[in-house]
Design a protein around this ligand. Structure first.
Ligand code: AVJ
Length: 333
């Protein structure tokens, strides 16, 4: 059967850049600017959105299948168990907008439960994985129109014309919202309300606060897949930004900051060393860290309060029996 998936709409990622390297294509330039800025500021940091090149996406896929990494498994089980109930509480949504096209498997579960949805709009910066996911879903959901939007979903201001009709349902899975600080998460939720419009519903997957004995291994797996995922940032700098980095002299570290309620991932320099990126040098002390990711954890009540402060009304929350993960249904009146 012929499938008609239009080319993704591409939002300009950054027009106003002060170019360190004017001849790089926009995506590489965005990466270059982030790395040069992140290495120039102390403490050093790199934005976690750059984890997901082809290699990083494959490693993340592997992470989701690890014994220690419960979020994907538990969230999928919640969608399987409560899909019908979620659909019932959601009402007659016609348009599904997914923030950060995550795992197509979860989206497919949701789409199967939501009979009335005829248009699916996944928003993600990774154009290629968007196209792949669109293909996979269109093969499984007959008659579903798909309008991918290549954009940074934390900043998207407008939806494709076809999506500008009620009722919209937002979907933000995998606890990706945990990457944002509370302040940024509130800003994101408020923007999503504006984007989805009145009468919208929003289904958000949120990882719960729990014993560090469970949390830490999820980010420090025995097989070292998470370590490879973290270190791939340095490999990516080598590949794409002409980096001269001895990746073996960095190590993965993940800690839980109890006060901030978040997992932090870092890359730790194992020696005093100098790395080069696009012709610039950066010296690292032994033990110096590059902060690469935050993964905030919430109690059910904390997240409901956060959503409320962004203009949403918490309608229902589903959790698993072990209270590892939560799915929140929010409404915007
Ligand atoms: C995709 C952002 C939800 O924070 O758990 C997995 C990313 N990092 N292992 C998470 C991740 C390390 C993941 N999110």
């Amino acid at each position: 059967m012929e499938r008609d998936i239009p080319h993704a709409i591409v939002e300009d990622l950054d027009r106003s850049s002060s170019l360190p390297c004017p001849r790089l294509d926009p995506a590489r330039r965005d990466f270059a600017q982030a790395v040069l800025a992140g290495f120039a500021t102390k403490p050093r940091s790199l934005p976690c959105r750059f984890f997901y090149d082809a290699r990083g996406s494959a490693l993340f896929e592997e992470i989701t299948q690890l014994e220690e990494y419960y979020p994907t498994r538990v969230e999928t089980a919640l969608l399987e168990a409560y899909g019908a109930e979620i659909a019932e509480r959601m009402g007659d949504a016609r348009v599904l907008v997914e923030f950060g096209s995550g795992s197509s498997r979860k989206t497919s579960l949701l789409l199967s439960a939501l009979a009335g949805v005829s248009l699916y709009v996944p928003i993600d910066v990774a154009g290629e994985s968007l196209a792949e996911a669109a293909e996979w879903l269109s093969e499984r959901h007959d008659g579903l129109a798909i309008r991918p939007l290549v954009a940074d979903f934390t900043k998207t201001r407008t939806l494709p014309v076809a999506a500008r009709r009620p009722r919209k349902l937002g979907f933000f899975s995998g606890s990706t919202i945990g990457n944002l600080t509370q302040t940024d998460a509130r800003g994101f939720l408020a923007n999503a309300a504006r984007l989805l419009g009145h009468d919208a519903a929003f289904l958000v997957g949120v990882d719960l606060k729990k014993d560090v004995g469970i949390l830490l291994p999820a980010y420090n797996d025995r097989r070292g897949v998470t370590a490879a995922f973290n270190l791939n940032l340095l490999e990516r700098i080598k590949r794409e930004l002409d980096g001269d980095i001895d990746v073996d002299r960095f190590a993965h570290d993940a800690i839980y900051d109890e006060a901030k309620g978040r997992i932090e991932m870092h890359l730790v320099s194992l020696a005093r060393q100098t790395v080069r990126v696009l012709g610039r040098s950066f010296s690292f002390a032994k033990g110096e860290r590059i902060h690469t990711e935050n993964s905030h954890k919430y109690s059910v009540e904390d997240f409901q309060a956060l959503a409320h402060s962004a203009g949403w009304t918490p309608a229902h929350t589903w959790t698993d029996a072990n209270r590892l993960f939560s799915l929140h249904l929010l409404r915007f009146d």
